[in-house]
Design a protein around this ligand. Structure first.
Ligand SMILES: Nc1ncnc2c1ncn2[C@@H]1O[C@H](COP(=O)(O)OS(=O)(=O)O)[C@@H](OP(=O)(O)O)[C@H]1O
Length: 292
């Protein structure tokens, strides 16, 4: 008996039909100058706080890349997914046929139903996943939510209050789960072979972005057009910024915030907690990362 193809979710086939084939969808969004809105041929799937914006902006330096400005949340938000691929395409920038369209929605990586949905759209899609030291990612995640509260002038507990319960590490803190990369990647590997998923080292992208971006160019089979001179270190920002046709720009001030000081003992508990999951992740991808 031939093995059955993975079953689409109920209603999914109908949604895909509603949008027509990707080719039809592409033609439908055509503009008179020959540009059109295309479904993405590559997606930055996460991880939240991994450096997804930096990766998208850096990749956009390439003339053959057209990036969606906002996070689209098509595959993870029902109210969007319900509207079908035609809606998804309508969220994409206009681009020329030789260009690659890319979008980034960091929440895709940790959302269990997303891999199947992406696969149903395009099983040959190339995925980009940017990861960062799991403990550092937790601090960044906390800092993001803290600032959301501060902006709304709402109080927010200290990081210790999230990380500690009854004198032990509180493993129920959601931000910890998002850093269990092996669990989430397993969901993706049920639908996509590892060679379709390029993992960007987010810590290296911070320290020295150019080599990481060159690897992405190669993975996407783009001609090598991004140069070392497209990046310069901005001492005030403390991060690399971009130089594009004489125009200099750094990422928004919400990128590269100071993280809270955490008691060293608690920090080592956090590092210890991730030790085994990290090992599992390294085995899964056949590669190691310089994480705590
Ligand atoms: N060049 C450059 N400039 C500024 N920031 C940089 C850069 N490269 C990577 N990063 C890191 O990106 C982190 C934010 O990640 P994301 O964009 O994925 O966050 S989000 O999930 O979309 O909110 C952000 O996390 P925080 O440092 O915690 O703010 C940065 O460390």
């Amino acid at each position: 008996r031939p093995t059955a193809a993975p079953r689409a979710e109920p209603g999914q086939q109908e949604l895909l039909r509603k949008a027509g084939s990707p080719e039809e969808a592409i033609r439908a969004g055509a503009a008179p100058n020959g540009s059109a809105q295309q479904l993405p041929q590559t997606i930055i799937i996460g991880v939240r706080k991994g450096g997804t914006r930096a990766l998208l902006e850096m990749l956009s330096l390439h003339p053959d890349v057209a990036a969606a400005e906002n996070e689209v949340h098509f595959f993870d938000w029902e109210e969007h997914y319900r509207q079908g691929l035609g809606w998804y395409r309508s969220q994409m920038p206009f681009s020329y046929p030789h260009q690659l369209t890319v979008e980034k929605t960091p929440a895709y990586f940790t959302s269990p139903k997303v891999p199947e949905r992406v696969h149903a759209m395009n099983p040959a899609i190339r995925l980009l996943l940017i990861l960062r030291d799991p403990s550092e990612r937790v601090l960044s995640d906390y800092t993001q939510v803290l600032y959301n509260h501060v902006q709304k002038r709402k109080p927010y507990p200290s990081i210790e209050e999230f990380l500690v319960r009854d004198g032990r590490l509180n493993v129920d803190y959601k931000a910890l789960n998002r850093s269990l990369y092996h669990l989430h990647l397993r969901n993706w590997l049920r639908r996509f072979p590892l060679r379709r998923i390029h993992i960007v080292d987010g810590d290296r992208l911070i320290r020295d972005p150019f080599p990481e971006i060159q690897k992405v160019e190669r993975f996407l089979k783009l001609s090598p057009q991004i140069n070392a001179s497209n990046f310069y270190f901005n001492k005030t920002k403390g991060f690399y910024c971009l130089r594009d046709g004489g125009r200099d720009r750094c990422l928004h001030e919400s990128k590269g915030r100071a993280h809270p000081q955490v008691d060293p003992k608690l920090l080592s508990k956090l590092h210890e907690y991730f030790h085994e999951p990290n090992k599992k992740f390294f085995e899964l991808v056949g590669r190691t990362f310089d994480w705590h």
